[in-house]
Design a binder for this molecule. Structure first.
Ligand code: SAM
Ligand code: SF4
Length: 470
């Protein structure tokens, strides 16, 4: 990570609406040749600037969009190959003092039974997830903690790491909680979290103010500057995102890019991941049931493709909010991480989804069903957590994430962690399909030596060893 140079300007004025509007306006007049030029530039994996991205956002010509999708598939394939990383969210608490108009956990919603899981209950949920084969958890909580305050989160991370079930263990805990101070972020880092994840929801300040009335989340700038504070506290992997449906996605993507470029400028590295949640119906929330700017499936695919082209080395996360069909289409366009078998209520894994859920899900299949489907589509499901445990985070990860290198590390690690899944958790049909897939993907490891090493480790996994990685 580069030395931190403090931004020498007013807080968070890097989201510049005037610049965004003028890019969108001039891109609206872009000719076919200019669009083709941008797509060609993206193919070289150098990323795109704001003006380029605006051109793609304004492109609605079916043939050019097909070309854009085609290039996004190429970029995705050349950098990430066929691997898809799996994780599960773990909602530990729905206590919340904010009033986000779109969320069932908002303070004014009286239909939700409020609860913060005890450490014992969190351990039960973790054991459930371990029995399904998960190795990565995304801890999620509302912005209000039991009497012990933020310590509750730190303790919960420790509980997750220390809970074991058979051969199961959680090797990376990512966290999606409200913005913290730099001191608190340091404490969170000391808990050995993986990624700190926070979505701006909407970068459009007037819309943000309308939808977040009450509670600390009503402070747009406190949220916008949180990824920077996390970096300052030494958390190298930070995830950002937009909740699509709240405002015009064209504006949101350009603002997201301004945010990314600002983080790169100050901290020498951008976000580790971008999440692309779309609004889902949440209990009693008019906004969530009638999104002010609904994003059609085609536009949603366009969002994923454009992000893949604009920031080729940044992970894109898709959750079970989306249906199986749409998820399949977007994997090829650029998604690199997905959730599987998710529940969005505290206690939801061991007690079933209840009146405490945050929103409705689009994909209700089990982890094993999703895995079988991925394998049949030609993907290699990965439970890898190696980079973060070997300190390959932040800028180091980005240096590594050059074409070919991901294949040298990530593909063998995907194969080995999937082999563990096949040995320990797969149903017979997934096991059969999985073993075939492993053979096939081994052949894609570019270096013969790395391939031999991987094969040797697969034999060790068969004999009972676990947690082998490069
Ligand atoms: N409370 C913290 C916060 O708001 O940042 C973290 C947890 S919150 C449950 C995680 C994310 O859920 C939010 O950032 C928001 O984008 C998403 N979310 C809330 N309501 C949603 C809905 N109806 N549909 C889809 N995503 C939603
Ligand atoms: Fe609370 Fe987060 Fe839901 Fe807003 S999105 S009501 S802050 S849990």
């Amino acid at each position: 990570m580069k030395t931190i140079v403090k931004a020498n300007r007013a807080p968070a004025d890097f989201i510049d609406e005037g610049i965004i509007r003028s890019h969108l306006e001039s891109a609206g007049r872009a000719k076919v040749d200019r669009t083709k030029e941008v797509i060609e530039k993206a193919r070289r994996l150098k990323g795109l600037d704001l003006a380029d991205v605006a051109v793609l956002l304004q492109c609605n010509d079916p043939a050019l969009m097909e070309e854009m999708f085609h290039t996004a598939r190429e970029v995705k394939e050349s950098i990430y190959g066929k691997r898809l990383v799996l994780f599960a969210p773990l909602y530990i608490s729905n206590l919340c003092r904010n009033n986000c108009a779109y969320c069932a956990f908002r303070s004014t919603n009286k239909n939700v039974r409020r609860r913060a899981l005890t450490q014992g209950k969190i351990a039960d949920e973790v054991r459930y997830l371990e029995r399904t084969g998960h190795k990565r958890i995304l801890l999620v909580a509302g912005e209000s903690y039991p009497a012990e305050g933020i310590e509750y989160i730190y303790k919960s991370v420790a509980t997750i790491y220390s809970t074991r079930e058979g051969k199961g263990e959680i090797r990376r805990v990512n966290v999606n909680i409200a913005p913290l101070t730099v001191r608190e972020f340091r404490e969170l880092k000391a808990c050995k979290i993986g990624t700190y994840q926070l979505f701006q929801e909407t970068y459009h300040e007037p819309t943000y103010k309308q939808l977040h009335m009450g509670g600390p989340k009503s402070d747009y700038y406190w949220r916008l500057t949180a990824p920077g504070r996390a970096f300052e506290a030494g958390i190298n992997d930070v995830g950002i995102g937009v909740l699509f449906g709240l405002y015009d996605f064209r504006f949101e993507i350009l603002a997201l890019l301004q945010h990314i470029r600002e983080l790169e400028r100050i901290y020498g590295v951008g976000p580790h991941t971008i999440s692309v949640p779309r609004l889902e119906p949440a209990d009693g929330s008019y906004v969530s049931e009638h999104p002010p700017f609904p994003v059609a499936d085609r536009d949603f695919k366009k969002i994923v493709a454009i992000l893949r082209l604009a920031v080729p080395y940044t992970g894109i996360i898709m959750t079970t909010r989306e249906t199986a069909k749409l998820r399949a289409e977007t994997f090829a366009l650029g998604v690199s991480q997905i959730s599987a078998g998710s529940r969005t209520s505290p206690g939801g894994y061991t007690e079933g989804e209840s009146a405490t859920a945050q929103f409705q899900l689009g994909d209700h299949r089990s982890v094993d069903e999703i895995i079988l489907d991925l394998v049949r589509m030609g993907y290699i499901p990965s439970f890898c957590t190696a980079c973060y445990r070997l300190g390959r985070t932040g800028e180091d990860f980005m240096d590594l994430a050059k074409p070919g290198l991901i294949k040298r590390f990530c593909l063998p690690n995907a194969i080995m962690t999937f082999k563990e899944y096949v040995e320990d958790y797969a149903t017979p049909s997934t096991r059969n399909a999985g073993l075939d897939a492993i053979q096939k993907h081994l052949a894609d490891i570019p270096s013969a030596e790395r391939r031999r090493e991987t094969e040797e480790r697969l034999r060790r996994i068969e004999k009972g060893e676990r947690d082998l990685y490069f």
